[in-house]
Design a protein around this ligand. Structure first.
Ligand SMILES: [Zn+2]
Ligand SMILES: [Zn+2]
Length: 231
């Protein structure tokens, strides 16, 4: 007899908190990314173009103008930034400046093993109460997974080539600490967005046990969306 495993409820829709448009290093417009997310049946997609120490307002204003096209629909285009390679000590104040400038989602480009990211980025991110997601945190430290739990920062399982090499470690430490996890595409083109089914396979492949899949694919995304809508 086949062993049945708990699966997320039927009718759930995917939320993705990490993607890029041609406003930074992506290939297409925000509108094209959001159109594709609608076509894939997503509930929400955050455009999180890269930001370092420059003024976040022009980027966020442009994203908000394009996002307005979905007002009154079942799709939620989230407007955000990915704080990228700024000195770790500046993360908290740039995150607050981004909120003031209209960011609904603030994520941080974590210490991936495939690029040089300033040391201390992961720690500064999970210490700061302003961040929604620590993206591709690479060689995450156990104490930082515990801080992520304490400060409700979701840790990212990445679908992106290269960044995904450390997914197994991130999942193990997040589970040990009780920290939240999300599966993000980090898409830089519309065809890099992933379906809910692909996200489920990536989570499983990274070591998320069956009983935790609903938390990763449904409950944590819902919490992040509720917080985003307060901004
Ligand atoms: Zn990144
Ligand atoms: Zn990214």
């Amino acid at each position: 007899m086949a062993v049945s495993s708990p699966r997320p409820r039927a009718g759930i829709r995917r939320a993705d908190f990490h993607s890029h448009s041609f406003l930074t290093d992506g290939d297409t417009s925000p509108t094209e990314m959001w159109n594709e997310a609608v076509a894939l049946g997503h509930r929400a997609l955050a455009l999180t173009d890269h930001l370092s120490l420059d003024d976040p307002k022009p980027l966020l204003d442009r994203l908000h103008r394009e996002a307005a096209a979905w007002d009154g629909t079942r799709f939620l285009p989230l407007v955000g930034v990915e704080l990228t390679k700024l000195p770790a000590r500046r993360i908290a104040d740039v995150a607050r400046a981004s909120r003031r400038a209209g960011a609904e989602i603030v994520i941080v480009h974590g210490e991936t093993i495939v690029e040089n990211v300033p040391a201390g980025t992961n720690h500064a991110t999970v210490e700061c109460g302003e961040i929604d997601v620590l993206a591709h945190p690479g060689i995450l430290a156990a104490r930082d997974a515990e801080l992520a739990k304490a400060n409700s920062v979701a840790l990212e399982i990445s679908a992106r080539r290269g960044h995904s090499l450390c997914n197994g470690r991130v999942v193990r430490l997040a589970l040990e600490a009780g920290a939240d996890l999300v599966v993000d595409s980090d898409a830089h083109a519309a065809d890099e967005l992933i379906t809910l089914e692909t996200a489920r396979r990536i989570a499983r492949g990274a070591g998320v046990p069956e009983k935790e899949l609903e938390r990763v694919l449904v409950e944590t995304p819902s919490r992040v969306i509720r917080k985003a809508r307060q901004h």
